[in-house]
Design a protein around this ligand. Structure first.
Ligand code: ADP
Ligand code: ZN
Ligand code: ZN
Length: 806
């Protein structure tokens, strides 16, 4: 028998081993092993996980010295050859370890502890004689038994013939989202007798059981009961001990997506929609890997185009990948797909438990579904015959992963489209500048939808409210008079409204309430960031810092202060202004538990509230016919982010959120409150015209030398000691300066916007370039220096090409 050698990428990051290593394939594994399978191999003194990336008969090393693979973890490979090729490309593209990419392609369950079972799919008689005895009494047998009895080869044949499948049961380490609830006894008689047996002195207990008698067999959260009956935990426990109720563990909304959805039919497309779809279908039929930029105003029916393109793709016997931003993976969105394609759809998002995600992945891996709708990482869905890839809201920055591997889902989608010779659709009402610029240069093909799909539905009318005027007129509240009036009218007419509080992460700035001036950096034209800890303002581009001024540098007013309000405060103010209004609040606090997001939207959809108040979360994807008013409480917050994309992000956000109003027959109205009404992002959001905004913003980017005219790379360096961090950031900058050409500008090192994170001080260098053939190699050399020397000293260094924020 010839020797067989496997090239294995080992799971040892943080070590200069980013290349395949040769291992001997033991004879008993030779028939079983395939590329894309995981193995255990000895590495130095350790045993590590690895991925087989190729199998060969020769090696340059001495065969005698090769170590053998110790264990084969998958008799069916978990990665396709496409994924192995993609990993090599992505590793280069994002400058990271190949192992990081390979791991990112797989569901995390495959990294967790799990037990493998072999599950029978057919009648036991259809199995080979060797396997039959194992399945006579049960349909599920522990995989270990076949390993022990050396029947893996037989098993593999059975898998190939779909007689059995391997199921990995994840040992959940406390990450099932469960809540403890109280289920009241299902017999009224039982409760009655408990009631009678309670001593009259235990008044609270009696009261509680009496209440329970009106809620036989119902389920409550403990706190709800305590509030209802106004009793203590101890009282509840004592009646539960008497058998009046029991604790149950309820997994929260586990089956949100598997509940039945009504089948819906394809809509007759408008002329615009039909024209766009035709071009996509042409590309599918001609097998052209074309990237389409579908630029359609909010409500223009982009989703309907996706659905019909997918239908075509499925009829062709191919599979479809749909990416949507995490935040808009609402039931509304996923149900639109499930209502057309039913059980053929897998849904992947971060709200699922590790086990659930793995189940969805397995459906794809085993070919049991044809469509995946998911967040960023679903771009790695292991379909083998992809017919179309769709990225909805393509401008969203969540498509870029912030951690290694720092890939952009759009780039991966385009790569896969070339591999499968199929089209990509990037859809948005407000495309990213980068994508629109590419469309203008015919790198992408532009498809435009100018009208709303529902006939007679028009874009809402947008009014800008100057909050400086409000203040002058003595109104210090966060609601302008106009907005208050508009809300009052809606409450009377029983129409619904959305109030949007523009808030983004940690960002905060100092603004004058009288003239709208925001304190900016002397050198950079970028808003200074407020640091509460030492009451200072800092520029995180150039490091400039100053004290918070006590009077406005423009108008000398002393109404100058830190800007930012929470949704909770807004809710309180609404309660004061409109005590009768029913408000649903949706923000990070109210959506912590699984399913709460869906629950809030469902309640709103059912008309159980008048006002939906929220942050970024409510800007997208909502399609409720009864919303006629959208109020943006403060357009300024995202405008003054210390980021060159702040105008673009503000325009996108305002357009998206405005698009929630008047989507059906009722006309919509939008109020945007701002202290800087003259800013072009706000003026152009008012007229809701993308192209003028695009032109204006491109001019700004050109002037300042930002993307899409220049590319950016961000080097970040951190250390527990601030001096070490700054010293090595300086070394990195020096290294880059002496190795890159003069056409490259290197800004920094400066302190990062979050200058200290998890006890590590952070510095960064920003690199701007147009064409620099030497760039990637220089980064790789820098990383080599870092890995061989700096890492020992506790330095951490990361390189982010095309960062989504800086
Ligand atoms: P977008 O994704 O562009 O914001 P949607 O696909 O959500 O737009 O469509 C907006 C609304 O128009 C939805 O309620 C949808 O059902 C409806 N719609 C879409 N296409 C059509 C059509 N051809 N005829 C009638 N209604 C349509
Ligand atoms: Zn500056
Ligand atoms: Zn001022």
């Amino acid at each position: 028998m010839t020797v067989k050698i496997a090239e294995v990428i080992v799971d040892v990051a943080a070590y200069p081993v980013d290349r395949p290593f040769d291992y001997l394939i033991p004879v008993e594994m030779q028939e079983l092993i395939e590329c894309g399978s995981r193995v255990r191999v000895p590495f130095g003194p350790r045993s590590v996980l690895g991925f087989v990336v190729s199998i060969k008969n020769e090696t340059d090393l001495s065969i005698a010295k090769l170590k053998p693979i110790t264990k084969l973890l998958d008799i069916e490979p978990v990665l396709t050859s496409e994924m192995l090729t993609l990993a090599k490309w992505l590793k280069h593209e994002t400058i990271c370890y190949e192992i990081d990419v390979l791991q990112a392609m797989l569901p995390s369950a495959l990294r967790a502890k799990y037990e493998k079972f072999v599950s029978l799919q057919v009648n036991v008689e259809q199995l080979s004689f060797l396997l039959q005895p194992y399945f006579t009494k049960t349909k599920k047998v522990n995989y270990k038994i076949f390993e022990k009895d050396q029947l893996l080869h037989e098993l593999k044949i059975a898998i190939k013939q779909n007689q059995v499948v391997i199921e990995n049961v994840v040992k959940q380490q406390g990450n099932i989202k469960e809540v403890r609830k109280v289920k009241i006894n299902d017999s009224r008689e039982a409760l009655q007798s408990i009631y009678e047996n309670i001593s009259n002195r235990a008044k609270k207990q009696k009261l509680l059981v009496e209440w329970m008698m009106n809620h036989v067999d119902e389920v409550f959260e403990p706190k709800e009961i305590l509030d209802e009956v106004n009793c203590s935990d101890a009282v509840l426990h004592s009646v539960m001990e008497l058998g009046a109720a029991e604790f149950i563990h309820e997994e929260v909304f586990r089956d949100v997506f598997t509940k039945d959805v009504k089948k819906t039919d394809f809509l007759d497309l408008t002329e615009e929609q039909a024209g766009a779809l035709k071009q996509v279908i042409n590309a599918m039929e001609q097998k052209v890997p074309e990237t389409f930029l579908l630029h359609g105003i909010t409500g223009s029916g982009k989703t309907e185009i996706y659905l019909q393109a997918i239908e075509h793709c499925l009829n062709d016997g191919k599979e479809a990948i749909v990416l949507v931003p995490e935040i808009s993976l609402t039931p509304q969105m996923t149900e639109r797909f499930r209502s057309r394609f039913g059980e053929q759809v897998a849904v992947m998002h971060s709200g699922l438990s590790v086990g659930e995600k793995y189940d969805e992945w397995r459906k794809i891996h085993e070919g049991r579904v044809k469509v995946v709708v998911g967040a960023r990482s679903a771009v790695f869905a292991p379909f083998e015959n992809v017919g179309i890839l769709i990225i909805d809201e393509e401008h969203e920055s969540t498509y870029k992963q912030e951690d290694t591997p720092r890939y952009h889902a759009r780039d991966v989608a385009v790569w896969r489209s070339k591999y499968h010779q199929c089209p990509v659709i990037l859809g948005s009402a407000t495309p990213s500048l980068e994508s629109f610029a590419r469309a203008k240069k015919n790198v992408y093909k532009l498809l435009t939808l100018k009208n709303r799909a529902v006939s007679h539905s028009l874009l809402p009318e947008v009014q800008i409210v100057d909050m400086r005027e409000e203040l002058k007129n003595g109104n210090r509240s966060m609601f302008s008079e106009k907005l208050v009036e508009a809300i009052r009218v809606r409450l009377e007419k029983k129409e619904q409204m959305v109030l949007f509080l523009n808030r983004r992460g940690y960002s905060s700035f100092v603004m004058c309430r009288d003239c709208g001036t925001v304190v900016q950096c002397e050198n950079c034209d970028i808003s200074l960031t407020y640091h509460r800890s030492n009451e200072k303002l800092k520029c995180h581009y150039c490091g400039f810092e100053q004290w918070v001024p006590t009077t406005c540098p423009e108008c000398q007013s002393d109404h100058i202060r830190y800007f930012g309000t929470g949704t909770q405060k807004v809710e309180e103010e609404i309660a004061k202004l409109f005590p009768e209004a029913r408000v649903l609040r949706m923000d990070v606090d109210t959506t912590k538990t699984k399913g709460s997001h869906e629950q809030i939207l469902e309640m709103f959809g059912d008309g159980k509230a008048d006002i939906l108040l929220g942050t970024q979360m409510i800007a997208k994807g909502l399609d409720f016919p009864n919303i006629t008013l959208v109020g943006v409480l403060s357009a300024d917050t995202s405008l003054h982010l210390p980021d060159f994309r702040s105008a673009e992000k503000t325009f996108q956000l305002l357009t998206q959120v405005s698009g929630r109003a008047g989507r059906h027959s009722l006309p919509g109205e939008v109020f945007i409150q701002t202290y800087t009404p003259e800013h072009y992002a706000i003026e152009l959001a008012k007229v809701q015209q993308y192209e003028p905004f695009y032109e204006r913003e491109m001019w700004t980017r050109h002037q300042a030398g930002y993307p899409p005219y220049y590319y950016l790379a961000l080097i970040q360096i951190s250390h527990e000691d601030v001096l070490m961090a700054s010293e090595y950031a300086g070394k990195a900058a020096d290294y880059l300066r002496s190795n890159l050409s003069f056409n490259v500008s290197i800004i920094g090192p400066t302190a990062s916007s979050i200058s200290r994170l998890q006890n590590r001080y952070r510095y960064q260098c920003l690199i701007k370039y147009k064409v620099e053939p030497n760039l990637i190699d220089t980064f790789i050399q820098l990383i080599k220096i870092y890995r061989s020397d700096w890492i020992k000293k506790g330095i951490q260094l990361s390189v982010d090409l095309n960062p989504s924020s800086i």
